[in-house]
Write a protein that binds this ligand. Sequence first.
Ligand SMILES: [Zn+2]
Length: 496
Amino acid sequence: MTDFPSPSGRSKTAKSPAFALFRPVLFAIGAIGLALGGLVLTHRSNPEIAALPTAPPQAAPPAPSPPVASPPVVLADPEPAPPVSSAELKGFQMKPADQIAEPEPPASDRYELTLRLERGDTIEKMLADIDVPEADRKQIAEKLQGLLKKKKLAIGETIELLMQTLPDQPDAPRVLTLSVRPQPEREFIISRQDDGTYAAEEKIYKVSPRIVRVEGERSGSLEQSGMRAGAPSPAMTEFVRALSYDVDFQRELKQGQKFTVLLEQLVTSDGRVTHPGRLLAGELRLLKRTVTVIRFRPQGGAEGFYSAQGESVVRSFLRTPMDASKITSHFGMREHPILGFSALHAGVDFAAPPGTPILAAGTGKVVMAGPNGGYGNYVKLQHTSDVATAYAHMSRVGPGIKPGVSVRQGQVIGFVGTTGLSTGPHLHYEFIRGGRQVNPLAQKFAMRAAVGGKDAARFQGLARQYLTQMKSAPVVANAKPTKPKEPAAPQIAKGD
Ligand SMILES: [Zn+2]
């Protein structure tokens, strides 16, 4: 995708009107785009929430079929999305460079959000950071406290949120459900009722675990490939997220690469699978390396994913700052320039369907948000006095993202689009160190923690066991073979 190449000697953050003069000159030809509309989107509903007797997400007012957000429909047995056919990748047309408008995605979006509880954090503070209205966050925090009684959530605990933004209140997102699972057999769920109040529920799992493995080959997105092979969507989402800190999903992944995930299913005494499989470990074979992630809970700490060597996968910056589960195809540089960092292109590009959530690569403050010449809709984050990141060509900026506000790593700061000098939906991502764009792929990012002390022996034992089981555990029976579906109508990207 052609996007705005860095004119030599000129700052890419230029805002002056002279900037616009470059546009016709720099408008180069390149046409692609991903035509993966809402029909191809992976289904990501949570089967646990599906079992909720009170106010499941679908009880909320119906959204006008958002193209991107997870479908609100709750299914116990998620059906994998169809594979991406080559037909869907055709059908792109050119448009003049100055025509930057594109259809507004519907503002009433549902989307999933995963946040981690940081040191000194509270649920209320976390919800305030993502602009949940005060009355709602007070209620949610209170309800959750009621469930937790005197117990505290561990630092690093994962909070799963199903969010919704309404057209008339784009900056005040609603929490439809909040769920946290401090123990495998215990889940706390707070869900929004029709009348706008919140209900609390504790779910106890009286079941026994069974370890199975799923093996697959990447074809389309990694998440879809895993689901086709029989892995549940939430486990694949977790796998993709755990990899996103380290793996560049655009440049390192190729079709046909093999992966294995090890799952812990929960099975009742009469053999009913009550949980399709929680990710215990996973392995992805890239071109030059194999990336392994292993779930582990250090003593007194929160559960997280670690490398086989016991290093936390969590880094100070995400290598792939977007919902990587939506990245479906690798584009060769010659045919479709999904550009990497070079003298003429001071960032890296990630192609993804329009509306794919773009995530803050690291924790920081918004310094710019809005239209910015050839960059289109643009967000710049300052992380330290020295390091900033920038995100361009968004269809729109995320809810509540404006200069001065703080963002968390992994927070949605915008949605993939093709505004500005862009030939199709993609994210142009820049990593800025000391005021200059540097190659984000060449940066070494600090890791958060490593397994140590008393945990080391237990981790090593577990890692060995999982690595063996990834080769020997029973292969999951794929309950639902992929049915060929009506191919999705190719979406014409109006990129220039
Ligand atoms: Zn670019």
